[in-house]
Design a protein. Structure first.
Length: 267
């Protein structure tokens, strides 16, 4: 990996490369269940002759930059809408290699037990990227806290709020950091896998969860389009989707709470 990608990255190498495994692959992830499940798959892959290095990133931008630059072979952290938006903005030419887990999103408060208790001019933390912010705003609208322009859909922004009865203020935060700021605001959008990784509070304590049936929000494996047919990538995704050890790591990563995620590739 080139030096410009080293800041803020922790490398988790699974095993040591041997001559038989010289043609290994690098997979970029974010901390928590994504990293843990991919590491479990990497351990399985090594037993089948495929060496996999798992590279953890602390943000949602660098894994795509690294993949586009060829410093990664695959990444596994983003849903379809996020990948499409990033590609439009930056000209990436990625291809989806396989489906992963669909995580639920929740509205969390460590100060209030209901939406009614949230005070006038209270503060709400939301993701700062377009796709996840749009999903968060739809959930806030479902909770009755805001109204959005008609037909906004998943790409809504704060500018699309047309009604805000409590005159809430919004704090835009990098998605992986939302769990860490929840105690500082009245309400925060939260991702269970990051909450579990931070051990900040109970991931099942959301005042409201999103639904589990929107496959577009499922996390997927991505590769550069010109390398999408590499058989090593297909082999690794098959291992990920069929390994009992991976399934156990996913369950553990979501605190063994089936309300927090769905295994969508089975469907």
């Amino acid at each position: 990996m080139t030096s410009r990608f080293l800041a803020g990255i922790v490398l988790a190498f699974v095993g040591l490369a041997s001559p038989a495994l010289a043609q290994g692959i690098k997979v970029g992830v974010v901390p928590g269940v994504y990293a843990d499940s991919v590491i479990a798959a990497a351990e399985e892959a090594k037993a089948q002759g495929l060496d996999v290095q798992v590279v953890e990133f602390s943000d949602w931008t660098t894994p795509n930059v690294a993949l586009a630059a060829g410093d990664l072979d695959l990444n596994y952290f983003q849903n379809k809408l996020f990948a499409e938006n990033a590609s439009r903005q930056r000209g990436y030419r990625f291809a989806e290699i396989g489906l992963g887990t669909l995580l639920n999103v929740g509205l969390y408060s460590l100060k209030h037990k209901s939406f009614e208790e949230i005070p006038s001019r209270g503060t709400v933390a939301v993701p700062n990227d377009p796709v996840n912010q749009g999903r968060a705003l739809l959930l806030l609208a479902k909770a009755g806290l805001i109204r959005l322009k008609d037909g906004v859909g998943a790409m809504g922004t704060l500018d699309d709020i047309t009604g805000n009865p409590k005159r809430l203020t919004f704090r835009e935060v990098e998605g992986p950091q939302l769990a860490r700021v929840t105690g500082d605001v009245d309400l925060a959008v939260g991702y269970p896998h990051f909450i579990i990784a931070s051990r900040a509070f109970d991931p099942g304590s959301a005042l409201l969860f999103s639904g589990l049936d929107d496959v577009d929000y499922a996390v997927r494996f991505y590769a550069n389009r010109d390398r999408a047919e590499d058989p090593r990538f297909q082999k690794f995704v098959r291992i990920y989707q069929t390994s009992p050890k991976v399934r156990a790591a996913i369950s553990k990563g979501f605190a063994d709470n089936p309300k927090l995620y769905s295994i969508v590739w089975k469907n």
